[in-house]
Structures are given as C-alpha cells and as structure tokens.
Design a binder for this molecule. Structure first.
Ligand SMILES: C[S@@+](CC[C@H](N)C(=O)[O-])C[C@H]1O[C@@H](n2cnc3c(N)ncnc32)[C@H](O)[C@@H]1O
Length: 209
C-alpha cells in the first residue's frame, strides 16, 4: 500500500452524496477530476478551523469540493463558485440540492479571470479561496484573489505537484510552467505566507497578510 491509499483508507470515508459524484461523472462522460476524499476532508476542516464565512471557489465541476467547503461553514456562511461550463454547473447544482446546500452557494458560469476582474471592480471581499480550475491561469487567479482577500484570508490551491510533472525541470509545457510560477509566487509574494502540503496532488495553502 502506498502513502496515499494509507491516508485515504483511514481518513477518506465518503458519505452517500460524495460517493455518488464520481459514478455520475463517469455516466456523463465527464472527467473524474474532483478533489480526492482526503483533500475534501482537509477543505472542510480548514474552513472550520479558520472560521471563514465568505468562500470563493474557482472551478466547480460537479460540486464535490463545493460541498466539502460548505460543510465547514457555520450557518451564516456562504460560498460563491465559478465554473466555465454550464453543463458542469448544472450537475453541481443537482449535487448541492441533494446536500441541501443550494441556498448556501451562488453558482456562476463563465471564465474565472473575467468574473474575478468584475469582483475586483465591485470591491468584493472574501476570507477563503479555493483555486482548482485550469492550471495555466493559476498565476493570474492568485494575483486576482489576493486583491479580493480580507486580511488574514486563506487561499488554497490544488494540484501543485501536477502528478510529479513540476519536479521535471525539462517539462516546459504550459501547465507545469504555470504551476511552477504560481508556486514561486506562494514562496516569494510579499503578502503571502505559504506552505505546500504533499496531500493528494499537492495542496498549497497561503495566508494573506
Ligand atoms: C479540477 S476541476 C474542478 C473540480 C472541483 N473543484 C472539485 O474538486 O469537485 C476544474 C474545473 O475548472 C473548470 N474550468 C476550466 N477553465 C476554467 C475557466 N477559465 N474559468 C472557470 N472554470 C474553468 C473546468 O471546466 C472544470 O470543471
């Protein structure tokens, strides 16, 4: 057994709603790229630990991580989630309805960088961010969400190891290049204090100063 399965076996138990999401994605021919159960659990715990009340998620897919995030919120907390594809948002809304969370989540369809720019213009603020959309735009998303962050806000980014591709310096494809760039921002940005956790596919966590 490897480390991932050891952790998943011990801590990654899914309830019926979460367990139903992968089979549904498969049935619809959609990619099985929701966060793994142990990362979902970490998201729930981190939201609860930070006492966050205004979450912004980038990359909804079928709502797996959205459900995990909302589970960590108190009764008055709210989550806004942005997704490029209407089909994904529709599916996420099915799952959110099953979880009883439709009134706790605002689902937005469209390109995330456009929506984030709009939020910046409107001077919107959030205290917890989860970035899990197209990796090539991670550096842009990170710079944008820093502008939307309340002091002390937490930013979480998934897939910072990209299946190990970031370790191969000769892999200069756009996705690993962008992920290395966003990781460099996490390390060196003057407003961030960050860590990269080897959980799942690599989870970056930053606090905004
Ligand atoms: C890895 S999946 C998200 C998984 C989801 N966070 C979960 O764990 O359940 C990435 C999602 O980002 C969406 N996406 C890709 N490019 C995007 C963009 N430019 N703006 C918003 N969403 C985008 C994809 O359509 C896909 O649904």
């Amino acid at each position: 057994m490897d480390k991932t399965n050891y952790i998943r076996d011990l801590f990654g138990e899914e309830d019926k709603i979460l367990a139903s999401i992968s089979p549904r994605l498969e049935e619809l021919g959609l990619p099985l790229i929701s966060v793994p159960p142990e990362v979902g659990k970490w998201l729930t715990m981190l939201v609860r630990m930070t006492g966050a009340t205004k979450i912004l998620e980038v990359g909804t897919l079928a709502g797996y991580s959205t459900i995990c995030l909302v589970r960590g919120l108190n009764q008055t907390g709210h989550c806004t989630t942005i997704e490029l594809k209407e089909e994904h948002t529709k599916l996420a809304r099915e799952h959110l309805a099953k979880a009883g969370f439709l009134d706790r989540v605002t689902t937005l369809v469209g390109d995330a960088s456009v929506q984030l720019a709009k939020f910046i213009q409107e001077d919107k603020k959030f205290d917890f961010f989860f970035l899990d959309a197209d990796k090539v735009n991670y550096p842009t998303y990170l710079e944008q969400v820093i502008q939307l962050a309340l002091p002390g806000a937490v930013i979480v980014l998934d897939n910072l190891l990209l299946g190990g591709r970031v370790l191969d310096v000769n892999d200069s494809h756009p996705a690993p290049t962008a992920v290395r760039k966003v990781t460099d921002l996490l390390v060196n940005h003057s407003r961030l204090e960050s860590i990269l956790l080897p959980l799942g596919d690599g989870v970056g966590v930053a606090i905004v100063r």
